[in-house]
Design a protein around this ligand. Structure first.
Ligand code: NAD
Length: 247
């Protein structure tokens, strides 16, 4: 059975990702989450007792904890959803955003690299580190237009600056050390399970919802498939992990 280490899985997007991945067969999910104010374990209550789902309470910035989890569960892929993610909070207190989104991601990358280097070649080939980013790293759209993977990084808030910084670290770990990485920069934060728990963001990105992109570094680019958001009927992104991460 393939094992995915998902960070931030008690959050809005990560929780929905885990529920959808567990609907597919053949994946064991390890969810590492610090349960900050943004974490909601209730999202995952329906799967909490499943043998293919394991919750680990911890911080992505905790080196010993992350190393232990990776060594114990030997993941095929690491999917990093964990983040401080609210723009308004980043304006009030940017330091925590740098700590989690930049320093925490760096720690994950270092742990992933050490693990990946020690894998046999066939498992090295299969391994992926997927960084979940945001279209906000590209700045602001006007009334029309769209972002693509080629759009220049122009972060405008401490939140997007911290996400841009972590994207750059992810890229650098590929180019410097060869770590196989993917970066998903998507716009619409809604899923088939979007509820009042957190309203979908489609309306916020009206006109740009279809700019959702998946940038795969360094060379592979993968199309996202899409479907209707149950909450707002806007075309919403859906994760391509099943097809992509275990290549
Ligand atoms: N929600 C959106 O509309 C949207 C849009 C684009 C990109 N994103 C990105 O998707 C990812 C997930 O977003 P979300 O809306 O689910 O976020 P969220 O704020 O709802 O959840 C974040 C999760 O990360 C956990 N977390 C925070 N710090 C942690 C740490 N140091 N160690 C471990 N866990 C920690 C929290 O407990 C929470 O469960 C983020 O990286 C975000 O930047 C979100």
């Amino acid at each position: 059975m393939k094992t995915l280490l998902v960070t931030g899985g008690a959050g809005f997007i990560g929780g929905n990702f885990i529920l959808e991945m567990l609907d597919l067969t053949g994946y064991r999910i390890i969810n590492l989450d610090a349960l900050t104010y943004a974490g909601n374990p209730d999202t995952l209550a329906e799967v909490a007792r499943r043998s293919d789902y394991i919750f680990e309470h911890g911080d992505i910035g905790d080196r010993e904890r992350v190393q232990g989890i990776i060594a114990n569960f030997q993941p095929t892929a690491i999917i990093n959803f964990a983040a401080e993610s609210h723009v308004d909070r980043s304006i009030d207190g940017p330091a925590q955003f740098v700590q989690t989104n930049v320093v925490g991601t760096l720690n994950l990358l270092e742990c992933a690299l050490a693990y990946w280097r020690a894998l046999p070649l066939d498992r090295q080939d299969a391994f992926r580190f997927l960084q979940v980013s945001t279209d906000e790293v590209y700045g602001s759209l006007g009334p029309v237009g769209r972002f693509t993977e080629e759009s220049p990084y122009q972060p405008n808030s401490p939140y997007s600056a911290s996400k841009a910084s972590s994207d750059h670290l992810v890229r650098a770990f590929h180019h410097t050390y060869g770590l196989p990485v993917l970066t998903a920069t998507y716009a619409t934060g809604c899923t088939s399970r979007t509820t009042a728990q957190r309203s979908c963001a489609c309306s916020r990105s009206a006109g740009s919802a279809r700019s959702t992109t998946l940038a795969a570094t360094p060379s592979a680019r993968t199309s996202m498939w899409s479907r209707l958001c149950a909450a707002c009927s806007t075309n919403a992104s859906r994760w391509p992990m099943a097809a992509n991460a275990n290549r």
